[in-house]
Design a protein around this ligand. Structure first.
Ligand code: SIN
Ligand code: FE2
Length: 220
């Protein structure tokens, strides 16, 4: 492990405002919690493996993805959408582990979203060469619910923009254990992952994993 890439476990929780309804909760996830989450992620990817999907315009993504929850997010030549069944394995997406669910709700409450009931959790796996271009999260029918995003493993350079693609962006370094929440007036802010730090993380090696919790629509 390259020590100066990561904060010491004693680092305090800090909160940064990104907007009226958007916060970075640094160090929100404790080491014990992230270790348990990584075990749960390994179980999930044994059922629904990571895959490099294609955008509707035919570009293969550099981020490998899978999902858990009532709905999973997919992209192919038919478009971006949520499905109840994983088209790769023909199985339902695995349930969101209760530990993830509780922490996601607690993070949402910090920003005042007290009724967050996520029913989709997208799991992104980044290597040092992965990027995610500037986009809005807008495939969810319920835009009243926030997005809650957990960072694990290697640090990433997260760009946080405005409501128009051409608005200027601020740079945020997201590290292992950090959480970002955006909702309300900030729900449709553009954002991207510009780069992943090189190095090796003690638990995830040369990878970053990001989880985003979303409330896609009501679950029945
Ligand atoms: C996303 O925008 O869906 C992922 C953001 C991240 O990886 O931090
Ligand atoms: Fe996003």
């Amino acid at each position: 492990m390259i020590d100066d890439l990561f904060r010491s476990p004693q680092t305090r929780r800090m909160i940064f405002k990104l907007g009226d309804n958007a916060l970075v909760l640094q160090n929100f996830l404790a080491e014990k919690q992230t270790q348990a989450m990584i075990k749960d992620i390994i179980n999930i990817i044994n059922i629904v493996p990571f895959r490099y999907m294609f955008t509707p315009s035919g570009h293969q993504m550099s981020v490998a993805m899978t999902s858990c929850g009532d709905f999973g997010w997919i992209t192919d030549n038919k478009g971006y959408r949520y499905t109840r069944v994983d088209p790769l394995t023909n199985t339902s997406w695995p349930k969101i582990p209760s530990s993830f669910y509780r922490l996601a709700c607690q993070a949402a409450e910090h920003v005042g979203f007290i009724n967050f009931k996520p029913n989709a959790c997208l799991i992104n796996e980044y290597t040092e060469t992965s990027k995610m271009s500037l986009h809005q999260d807008k495939d969810e029918k319920n835009l009243n619910a926030p997005i809650v995003s957990f960072s694990l493993g290697l640090p990433a350079l997260f760009l946080w923009g405005g409501l128009n693609k051409s608005d200027k962006v601020v740079k945020v370094r997201l590290q292992h254990g950090d959480v970002v929440v955006w909702g309300g007036v900030d729900r449709l802010r553009f954002h991207s992952i510009a780069s992943i730090a090189s190095g090796s993380h003690s638990e995830l090696g040369r990878k970053r994993i990001n989880l985003t919790f979303r409330q896609v629509q009501r679950s029945f």
